[in-house]
Design a protein around this ligand. Structure first.
Ligand code: A3P
Length: 319
């Protein structure tokens, strides 16, 4: 395999254009199936390119998730933890840049520029790629991964709203029921949803020192505990003095839904690193646990719970 020369961005485009596709979600265009997962075509081009070209450093820290699991929040938290010596709550770049700019998405970066962020940038990177499809160098370099996942019904409701906002004005509307069919079939952003969770879950059991597996619901329940844990895991532990000075609480409060969603950049900004310039406010909706109760019918709940139970089986992961 080593003798095969790395793919050019053009080759990646050719691969993607020949893939099976669905016009599901209708948010960023077609969603394609490649080696076990579904992905929007322009991101998939970047993902395949990154598989061949990304050279991970052992010091890299990857924030990984399936979309709508709390990625924006986790990025704000990890960015604040890692940069707390340089910046405080008044000077943090999070006032002017959204968390997805502060912690760039690998496949998005590669799809647009074909390069990685410049040297001297932070160790933090992110990706939505499933564990089995990560660039080999991420695994081989032994760099750390922080993964966040979320209860499937809440994730689905969040994804349904997100997709409908993205396609607003672009294409015909799509009902939550239609989205639901796709989601259950596994046809969703980086899905099948459950396979994504299981990939990282199993890897985290095998290498707990390399992969920290988090749940959105736990983070909501006790954010300070997890901020401390994440900082330790990433190699940026809080000192006793910092703890006494309330440094953890300051980060928790700054990154809270209430504060983040009310920042000027969140209310009026557009995501510059995105092909279609998404309004940053789209990343903030409610930030609550259990909002599915307001949207799903009893039949939908039963069906989704059943799939989750079947898929997660005796893996030890449950919600
Ligand atoms: P809801 O749509 O349920 O409100 P992602 O960042 O992976 O795209 O996930 C988006 C979900 O996380 C959305 O959920 C969003 O509101 C929520 N979220 C964003 N920022 C948050 C924060 N600071 N704290 C808690 N939840 C947050």
């Amino acid at each position: 395999e080593d003798e095969v020369s790395p793919k050019t961005l053009e080759t990646c485009r050719d691969i993607v254009s020949a893939l099976p596709r669905e016009n599901g979600w209708k948010a960023y265009g077609d969603i394609c199936f490649y080696k076990g997962f579904w992905c929007y075509s322009y991101l998939l081009e970047g993902a395949i390119f990154a598989q061949d070209h990304y050279k991970a450093q052992p010091t890299d820290i990857f924030i990984c998730s399936v979309p709508k699991s709390g990625t924006t929040w986790l990025k704000a938290l990890t960015f604040s933890i890692v940069t707390r010596i340089q910046f405080n709550k008044s000077t943090t770049p999070l006032h002017t840049q959204n968390p997805h700019t502060c912690v760039p998405v690998l496949e998005r970066y590669f799809s647009r520029k074909g390069i990685k962020p410049g040297p001297g940038s932070l160790p933090l990177m992110s990706t939505h790629m499933p564990y089995a499809s990560l660039p080999k160098s991420i695994i081989d370099s032994g760099c750390k991964i922080v993964y966040i996942c979320r209860e499937p019904k809440d994730s689905f409701v969040s994804l349904g709203h997100y997709a409908s906002k993205l396609r607003a004005g672009l294409q015909e509307p799509m009902s939550l029921e239609e989205c639901f069919e796709f989601f259950c079939k596994g046809v969703s952003d980086y899905g099948p949803y459950w396979d994504h969770l299981l990939g990282y879950w199993k890897a985290s059991l095998e290498q707990p020192e390399k992969i920290l597996f988090l749940k959105y619901e736990d983070l909501i329940k006790d954010t300070p505990f997890y901020v401390k844990k994440i900082a330790e895991f990433m190699g940026y532990p809080f000192s006793l003095e910092e703890e006494k000075e309330g440094e953890i609480q300051e980060i928790v409060e700054f990154c809270s839904f209430g504060n983040m969603s009310n920042l000027e950049v969140s209310k009026t900004g557009k995501s510059a690193d995105d092909n279609i310039g998404v309004d940053i406010k789209t990343f903030y909706r409610k930030g609550k646990v259990g909002d599915w109760k307001n949207y799903l019918t009893p039949e939908m709940i039963e069906r989704l719970d059943k799939i989750t139970k079947q898929k997660l089986g005796d893996s030890g992961l449950s919600f």
